[in-house]
Design a protein around this ligand. Sequence first.
Ligand code: TXA
Ligand code: MG
Length: 325
Amino acid sequence: MAITTDITLAVEQLRRGGVVAFPTETVYGLGADASNPAATQRIFTIKGRPANHPLIVHIGDAGMMPEWAREIPPAARRLAGCFWPGPLTLILKRGKAPMEVTGGQDSVGLRMPDHPVALELLRAFGGGIAAPSANRFGRVSPTRAVHVRDELGDDVDLILEGGNCRVGLESTILSLIDEQPRLLRPGAISQAELEIALGETILTGTQTTVRAPGMLDSHYAPHTRMLICPTENLVAAAVNLISQNQRLAVMQRTPLQFSAGILTWPMPEHATGYGQALYAALRDLDQRGLDVILVEQPPDDPAWRAINDRLGRASHDVRHSLAEP
Ligand code: TXA
Ligand code: MG
């Protein structure tokens, strides 16, 4: 599928029920007209995503919230005012959003993305665009147009070019369905920022009334086995794996010396840069015929929360297996 900058063509595709990949500041989305169930159905087919996993509805203006949600609590208006356009998805009570989009739930996820191409597309289209990340279900989200083309090819009707995603990690998701706000997925907008804006504390962790599949244990995962290891054990872990004839890359933030035969992959020292670079690094390393991607464990610090969350899911429960080699 060709990559284009032609917004008019993209809008035409959306109007006729097509599926359009488009850039946002977080990751690329796989979009369709949110009011057209046949079109949104194609998203599930292309991704191989179970039908009960809801899609986020992207809107071009916070004033469109009442079109999709039936109740807009003051907290939603306040947060939209503070953080939209931006990497924050709000879960509200479902309004006219079709059940196909909300995965059969009586809630809807809404987000106004902060990317010029996404905003231009949304404004030219005029409606809501339902979009998950533009990758196969459970895999690494795309942060460049070529990632979408490589992974989804001709399954999509059009790919809009928008450069490298600025944030690189999926949006923060906050549910405003219940009495107290609940963080469902950490992202670039931190819990502390949300709490300051709201003037109240936010709950974390899963909740029975809302399903958020980004919260599955295994998600955002490369095909290659990924292990997370504290800095002080990294060299020993690498030696150990090499002695088992494992082909190995080390994603390192600290410039440590490794023996020949180990591919070292320097990662940015700070969380913002690391978040931007993470998915592209995983995609690149995934194509090198390696047995293991050994990741230097980032700091346990709020700035690294979204990164630690994604690394934990991408490595799926083996993260501690090398902690004491
Ligand atoms: O940054 C992002 O959020 C990107 C860009 C494209 O906007 N989108 C994205 O979509 O990451 P996706 O589908 O890969 O992840 C969306 C998450 C899923 O975990 C989904 O379950 C949750 O949002 N979600 C959507 N609607 C929901 C709802 N009504 N209730 C609970 N969770 C919901
Ligand atoms: Mg996704």
